[in-house]
Design a protein around this ligand. Structure first.
Ligand SMILES: [Zn+2]
Length: 530
């Protein structure tokens, strides 16, 4: 006996077995009960959601001699001979743009039906029709013969001309719910004597993305290769990660367990897990966590913004998977940003982030430090952030030394003192009160502060501080903060260079805005003290 694939074998031939489209089915049945049938329908929706099946059952029901409550009776001559019925005409627009078929249709459309009440034209993937085919179809839809009904189906409704849409009654098919797919798969497994674990059923339903046809194809494929379908079998054969695997991965971020995280990613890499489906699953789980956060408040180490940013970065990474790099590296880099390994530069808190962004608006030429909010596409690791900060410090120290003078130092000290007395900005005042200017040029100041944390924070706030200085009518300096030890080193280098009559060359800060330019500059050693 010829093997019939499951999705054909279990294709519903009545409304009752079409799952997940209850509203549409109810409306169609009502139109039959009340004899209120349109001449043109368009069924839109994702693949495998039952558009063509519904079209067929509907065309059977409208011709059925004794429909029962809007459904085909399944017994009359028309119902029993449905599959060979010349009055039901199926056209696949995807196969050849349909020009010939549509022409044939137009010639044929005037003829009365051979058996039933209506001639039904089901045009699948109608968006694929060529313009001339659409035009021909439109002429027919404008004045359809009383005995003809058109059912157009499409996965891309946006590609169907509005002139066509406006003549059709439209039904939007939804993705089928996972629970509905699971239920149906369970029934079929029972009928087919397929042994399958419950979590494997769920996984198949999940992988099929709301399409019954894909779910059944997967079930088909898996059942042929094994006596029992388990989650492990699916992971192995489909090269996917189970929902539990995804939860485990995300748990490592919430638990801040970077070692296990890196091991898991490496395992996916070795198993060549399908990247896109992996990312889609992570996005699903993380976005649910983000929603949960908004409903129930914070429940893990991560904030709402963390979840949100992960989702946006991952979605963005999907469009970059064609570039010739290991996709897992991208995933790794995006997610590593959310681990706190103790070596990290403290992230801005919300208000700081906002103020830094505001400053950026007016200071586009200035250095750009870490700003995750506005630079989602940048994959930044802690190292990169540290690198950027280090470049920033190097350049500013260098630029201060280009024209460092004792008089400038005295002036700067006065200026900062002045600022502290007039300013209302407590935060900036606190930073400056905790700092000492140790070198100055008319444009640049080097300040030392007490501990590492203050150094990092002060540098990140430098733009804000500079703007506030200017606002208070004190000259606009560029500031750099360093620790005492670093200053000792820099001072020694500076004095040695002065002794050896080596000068400093001014470096453009603008280059910091682009990573490639930074590399250019640094690779060529142009910027080092000479
Ligand atoms: Zn019937």
């Amino acid at each position: 006996m010829k093997y019939k694939v499951l999705y054909r074998k279990y294709r519903p031939d009545d409304f009752e077995n079409i799952i997940g489209q209850d509203y549409i089915i109810k409306t169609l049945k009502n139109s039959i009960i009340h004899n209120n049938i349109s001449h043109a329908y368009i069924f839109s929706g994702p693949r495998g959601t039952g558009k063509t099946t519904t079209a067929k059952v509907f065309s059977k029901a409208i011709n059925c001699l004794e429909p029962v409550d809007g459904s085909p009776c399944g017994k009359c001559d028309f119902c029993t001979n449905f599959h060979d019925n010349p009055d039901i005409i199926e056209i696949d627009a995807a196969s050849n743009n349909g020009v010939d078929e549509i022409r044939g249709l137009i010639e044929n459309v005037k003829l009365t039906p051979t058996n039933g009440k209506y001639k039904v034209y089901i045009i699948d993937e109608v968006h694929m029709l060529s313009t001339s085919a659409f035009n021909a179809l439109l002429l027919t839809l404008e004045e359809p013969p009383a005995h003809s009904i058109f059912i157009l189906a499409t996965t891309n409704i946006e590609n169907v001309p509005i002139t066509i849409l406006s003549r059709c009654q439209r039904f939007d098919f939804q993705k089928i719910k996972i629970s509905d797919i699971v239920k149906r798969l369970k029934e079929i497994c029972k009928l087919e004597n397929i042994s399958i674990d419950d979590d494997a059923l769920e996984e198949i339903a999940y992988l099929s993305e709301g399409g019954m046809r894909d779910a059944l194809s997967l079930l088909d494929q898996l059942s042929k290769n094994s006596d029992k379908i388990t989650l492990e079998l699916i992971e192995k054969q489909i090269k996917t990660i189970s929902q539990k695997g995804i939860s485990d991965l995300i748990q490592t971020i919430e638990d801040n367990d970077v070692d296990i995280f890196l091991n898991l990613i490496n395992e996916y890499r070795i198993r060549a897990v399908d990247y896109k489906s992996l990312i889609k699953k992570i996005i699903d789980v993380i976005s649910n966590k983000a929603k949960n956060y908004k409903i129930n408040g914070q429940y893990s180490r991560l904030q709402f913004d963390d979840y949100k940013n992960i989702v946006l970065s991952l979605a963005d990474s999907l469009s970059k998977t064609n570039i010739n790099v290991d996709s897992y590296t991208i995933l790794e880099m995006i997610l590593l940003d959310y681990f706190n390994t103790g070596k990290k530069v403290d992230k801005f808190n919300v208000s700081e982030e906002k103020s830094i962004e505001d400053v950026h608006e007016t200071k586009k030429n200035n250095i750009v430090l870490e700003n995750k909010q506005s630079k989602m596409e940048d994959v930044k690791t802690e190292n990169e952030i540290n690198d950027n900060l280090e470049k920033f410090i190097k350049i500013r120290i260098n630029n201060c030394f280009v024209d460092a003078k004792k008089t400038a130092l005295e002036q700067a000290k006065k200026d900062l003192k002045n600022y502290i007395t007039v300013s209302n900005n407590g935060k900036i005042k606190a930073i400056l009160e905790d700092s000492n200017v140790v070198a100055a040029s008319p444009t640049h100041l080097i300040l030392i502060t007490n501990n590492k944390h203050n150094v990092d924070m002060a540098n990140k706030m430098s733009l804000e501080i500079e703007n506030d200085l200017e606002k208070e009518n004190i000259s606009k300096y560029k500031l750099v903060f360093i620790g005492e030890d670093r200053w000792k080193e820099e001072k020694e280098k500076y004095i040695a260079n002065l002794k050896n009559k080596k000068g400093y060359v001014y470096m453009e800060e603008k280059v910091l805005e682009s990573k490639t330019e930074i590399n250019d500059v640094f690779d060529k050693d142009k910027v080092e003290i000479i």
